[in-house]
Design a protein around this ligand. Sequence first.
Ligand SMILES: NC(=O)c1ccc[n+]([C@@H]2O[C@H](COP(=O)([O-])OP(=O)(O)OC[C@H]3O[C@@H](n4cnc5c(N)ncnc54)[C@H](O)[C@@H]3O)[C@@H](O)[C@H]2O)c1
Length: 481
Amino acid sequence: MNPNLKSRRAFIKQSTLCLTALSASRVLGANEKIRIASIGLGGQGTGNAGRMAKVPGVEVVMLCDPDTAQLEKVKKLFPNAATTQDLRKVMEDKSIDAVVVSTCNHWHVLAAIWAMQAGKDVYVEKPVSHNIWEGRKLVEAARKYGRICQGGTQQRSDPMQDEIKAYFDAGTLGKIKYVRCNHYSMRKTIGKRVMPLTPPPSVNYDLWLGPAADEQLFREKFHYDWHWDWNTGNGEMGNWGPHILDDLRNVVFRDKVKLPKRVIAGGGRFAWNDAGETPNTHFAYMDTGDIPVIVDFHNLPRMKGVNAPDVYLRRRTGAFLIVECENGYYTGSRGGGSVFDAEGKKVHTFKGDGGKSHAANFIAAIRSRKPSDLKAEVEDIHLSSAWCHLANISYRLGQKYVREQAESAVKDFQPWNDVIGDFHEHLKRNELDDSTLDIKIGPMLEIDATKETFTGATATSEALSLLTREYRKGYEVPQQV
Ligand SMILES: NC(=O)c1ccc[n+]([C@@H]2O[C@H](COP(=O)([O-])OP(=O)(O)OC[C@H]3O[C@@H](n4cnc5c(N)ncnc54)[C@H](O)[C@@H]3O)[C@@H](O)[C@H]2O)c1
């Protein structure tokens, strides 16, 4: 076929699709109410619906969850809202302007793409994707259908983040040497049943599963603990990671580093012997080609028998982000941050608001129709989510850990030896014998940031397969959005 004709046809097809999406969406008057559907009504979905409803000019008109028990619970808070178990009913309703997707991770992208194809704007929880490939499809859909799409990393709306940037720019701390991202929180075993778990009778399980594989579940609890199963979740790296690494990409890298050039990760799931697959102790090194990054997550207690999470030994605060500089360091989390000078004296503090204006920022962008008004525009949050997926992929490809080999994977960078040392210390304090544990260390993955894929010797078929997933029939994320 004449290539011009082919591209013209493609253009007409694309324009028609865009027009379809536009005609499906209402043209909003300046003072008109924005009608929202809340998809996924667990802890976060309930909170998100409440936060949206508080924004002036917003009405939550539809609630959606395959679990009727969740629907009934949240309906009490929004008695005038319609309810449905099936998100396709939300997509069909032309009176709905925007959706909030707070489902389990495996549904985020497909729900968001369906909504954008139906002409709706989208607020989608973190991680915005369950894998890197579909995250890019999400961005493509936002562009193709001209939709407003905000990621659920609310700290981007916290004015504190700009204050921290300004502090770094003022230069008092000097050059940044490296960054350490920590999350130490205690979690517990999710159990290991002998007989598979039967989903609660209130759940339409086909709708709950959506794109995920229909596998037997051996955990005790149906909701929330899907996080620790690769089929539906992304572990702690994909749970707290998207917040912390998004702070890192925003505050330190100013969104200029799309993806790291190389990533290696190790760790394991220790002590619990349960049905979970994801690591409860996970450390990673990320070579950004610029400032190096260490990531370290612990879910076991500070020490065996103590009911408190681990602490970062060389730093006093329960920090997420520790930015080590020539003349001191910044350390902070969602609530606030502090700057310490080279002598360890606190010289400055920042107070955070937890990103409480994030919902209002989404609504303002819906009215302005400018994606650039969004604090957490989907492409940035896709990339931040991808950093976490990369650390998970290295771990999932992991081989038997040998300390010397792991240490020598990153040369001449003491913080890497430190994080490995902290890992062994953490195991020891939990009275775990590291010589008998199933510890994994992954390959140093090389990443082509433009193509969002692996390159070099580590671009094996196994590694490449983890950039995406097998989608269950009828719930495929489309190749062409
Ligand atoms: N931004 C934040 O600070 C923050 C905080 C907590 C959770 N989250 C994110 O929010 C999401 C939900 O977390 P949670 O703690 O509420 O989990 P949860 O398990 O309590 O709730 C998930 C809900 O989604 C529902 N669901 C599953 N498939 C669905 C479908 N097809 N249509 C509609 N609903 C569906 C489930 O039935 C369940 O009610 C996760 O992705 C999590 O990472 C974000």
